[in-house]
Design a protein around this ligand. Sequence first.
Ligand SMILES: [Zn+2]
Length: 166
Amino acid sequence: MKNIVRKRSQKTQDIIGKAYGCLTPIKRTNLRQHGHAIYNCYCSVCDGYHKMRRDTIVSGTFKCKYWYHGMSYSLTYRRYKSAHQRCNNPKHSSYKYYGQRGVRFKFKNFPEFYEWMGPCPGSGYQVGRLNDQGHYEVGNCYYMTTDQQNETRRMNHLKGCNSKTR
Ligand SMILES: [Zn+2]
């Protein structure tokens, strides 16, 4: 990484790596807007990146569009994470029904998931699949109630006892 020559002014004070709300600037770009440098920032809300003006970053007023009603965001994100875990974490209690059975989590990131799913309607909902032979991906996922999920699991379990096919 190139060392930026610092002028003795607040404007060029290093903000890289510091957290401002959900944003952590990781790299200054060559872009400027109205005299303000633009930074590429990591966003802890959507696990993605935003290009943002320095003054906006420092003010801490930026709100990622995936952050809305703190509650439903975090709920939706938890659903995203747990579906991901079911497919990718062998230590997860449900991995045997998913990852081990060849079910893959194909959403690239939280924004893609959110675009397709929208906010989780409530704590009694989980991410289900329309086609239970299919993967977690755009077109095959929806919110279903926990009861529906238990039923699906039970069915999968029965099928698993009868055959080893995927
Ligand atoms: Zn974001």
